[in-house]
Design a protein around this ligand. Sequence first.
Ligand SMILES: Nc1nc2c(ncn2[C@@H]2O[C@H](COP(=O)(O)OP(=O)(O)OP(=O)(O)O)[C@@H](O)[C@H]2O)c(=O)[nH]1
Length: 208
Amino acid sequence: MNDIKLALLGSEGAGKSAVLVRFLTKRFIGEYASNANSLYRKRLSIEGRLLHLEVFDPCSQSGESRCILEEPVEWADGFIVVYNISDRTSFLNAQNILCQIKDARGESCKGEMDKMDIPICLVGNKQDLCHARQVFEEEGRALAQEHRCHFQEVSAAEDYLEISNLFTKLIRHVMDHLKYRADLRRYSGSKSMAKLINNVFGKRRKSV
Ligand SMILES: Nc1nc2c(ncn2[C@@H]2O[C@H](COP(=O)(O)OP(=O)(O)OP(=O)(O)O)[C@@H](O)[C@H]2O)c(=O)[nH]1
């Protein structure tokens, strides 16, 4: 069984727990405890493969709180970055969080990520509050394009299908990404083994 680890990031009150609970239970529950980190687990099947999904819903992150971000950024295979379309500050914070993920992952992967994007979905939540909209859909889409990630506007209060689809799309991307990284490791492993064999036996052959 494959393990898939996702982290939900975003401003306080953006609706991270609401989005996640909608996906896990198909329900919208108005209020959630927000002062603790939570880890949710679910088994699901995608493309005939049984998956063990873990989703980390940490305490809210403000743009400056790098240390709070460190843990989920190191741990997760993929990210859902949530902002509230009726709160511009949450959008600016999402922008910061996207940069921080890229910075952290870029440093640890030394450029290899250029060939395959980190699995991230930028989510504009509370679409039902469009009368109080402060962030245009085009702005969300443009930010996602800039960071080469998926984008979706949703309403945790009203939608299930769109939220389910975005999780499925992201999990597929994570599966491809994990396979790509495993292939890369195998390839670089076999390349260094070939180099080693060549160094040992190649030199010996010359001296005969
Ligand atoms: N109108 C509307 N309200 C929503 C929606 N999603 C969440 N909310 C409300 O927004 C508030 C915050 O939702 P949470 O899911 O707790 O937000 P959070 O990002 O997890 O917040 P923290 O736990 O504080 O980090 C709650 O009162 C929810 O009922 C939505 O799609 N539409």
